[in-house]
Design a protein around this ligand. Structure first.
Ligand SMILES: Nc1nc2c(c(=O)[nH]1)N=C([C@H](O)[C@H](O)COP(=O)(O)OP(=O)(O)OP(=O)(O)O)CN2
Length: 137
């Protein structure tokens, strides 16, 4: 039995969004989401941390090759989210409010099948330097 450890890859993407609940009135949306409900959308510089937890492989000395992890994130998350309008351009958010919580959850759901099951996966997503979400928790 070896010790478990974590390898984390940090990435960045820029995206526009608007927080809105189509089942609510304009007034209720404005009351709950305030400036984030502006129909003209607004952008954030998101900082994403993808953490893979497991044991060191004896043959490579790696837990996971960071280059491989970086490629997985780039192809499946950054290429899909970066410089996009999340509400309009990303399929998942046509039916889901693009809050930091939901974006972190969607990223986890995209990446989970792509990382070997023996590893635990955790997502940390910063929407602003002082606001971040961790999923799962
Ligand atoms: N739990 C959540 N709360 C809020 C979310 C969210 O995704 N989850 N999102 C928003 C808006 O998107 C809003 O635009 C947040 O950005 P910003 O206004 O820049 O954030 P702050 O006002 O907190 O910025 P500070 O400079 O750190 O004060 C709102 N709430």
């Amino acid at each position: 039995m070896d010790y478990r450890l974590a390898v984390t890859r940090r990435e960045y993407f820029n995206a526009a969004h608007r927080l809105h609940n189509a089942n609510w009135s304009q007034e209720k949306n404005l009351e709950v989401f305030g400036k984030c409900n502006n129909p003209n959308f607004h952008g954030h510089n998101y900082e994403l941390e993808v953490k893979v937890i497991g044991e060191i492989q004896e043959d490579t000395g790696y837990l996971i090759d960071t280059k491989e992890l970086s490629n997985i994130i780039k192809t499946n998350v950054l290429d899909k989210f970066d410089h996009q309008n999340l509400n309009l351009d990303v399929e998942e958010f046509k039916v889901l409010n693009p809050t930091t919580e939901n974006i972190a959850k969607v990223i986890y759901m995209i990446l989970r099948p792509l990382i070997e099951l023996q590893y635990e996966l955790k997502i940390k997503l910063y929407e602003a330097p002082r606001n971040f979400v961790e999923f799962p928790y």
